[in-house]
Design a protein around this ligand. Structure first.
Ligand code: CA
Length: 202
């Protein structure tokens, strides 16, 4: 028969063993594929990519990269960055900064990659490739300026000219970014009649 004191000792040993087992687990970091929103527009500015941690619970800093083709107009700010996991934290978010330019272009891929962790290791889902869709229309040439009517005070008259152009979205409803009208302000000739004042006695 086991004495009560021995049971207590056994329980303590089991608890210590469990704690050691938990702390000895290695953190494994993975990206979380989420393509439910398959259309990523450059104009949305930010794409949040989730990272999960399994295994360990210790603080760890994960290094990652965000890269796009070294084209004339990269779709992300290519960079190497870090993501901090605090004690017991199991999820974190990488905010990918999209470049919202005004250049009409084709969809462009970019890649998010987990590189390493200060404590733990990178899992099998270490890299995901996305595609950023352009939202810029193709602008046509501007039509000529249409002069406005001069108005305002006689010594500060001005007119507002306008001009227009058409933009082509090539039947792509996501291409919405294009300015179709423009204005300019032009000074008009002064129309005040000069007046002269004679000094008294002249
Ligand atoms: Ca663009």
């Amino acid at each position: 028969m086991v004495k009560p004191g021995a049971w207590n000792l056994l329980v303590v040993l089991v608890v210590i063993l469990q704690c050691q087992t938990a702390h000895s687990q290695v953190s494994v970091f993975n990206l979380v594929p989420d393509f439910t929103s398959t259309i990523i527009l450059e104009g949305q500015m930010v794409l949040n990519v989730n990272v999960t941690r399994g295994g360990g619970t210790e603080p760890s800093t994960v290094t990652y990269t965000v890269t796009s083709e070294p084209a004339v107009s990269p779709v992300v700010d290519n960079d190497t960055l870090t993501l901090m996991f605090e004690q017991d934290q199991t999820q974190a978010v990488i905010p990918v900064q999209l470049v919202d330019d005004a250049i009409p272009e084709t969809s462009q891929p970019f890649v998010v990659t987990l590189v390493n962790a200060s404590s733990g290791s990178i899992g099998t889902t270490s890299s995901l490739t996305y595609s950023a869709r352009d939202d810029d229309q193709i602008p046509g040439d501007w039509n000529g300026w249409v002069e406005g009517v001069c108005g305002g005070p006689c010594d500060g008259r001005f007119r507002t000219d306008t001009r227009t152009r058409t933009c082509n979205n090539f039947s792509d409803p996501f291409r919405t970014n294009c300015i179709t009208s423009d204005t300019r302000t032009v000074a008009c000739p002064i129309t005040c009649v000069p007046t002269t004042t004679k000094a008294p006695g002249c």
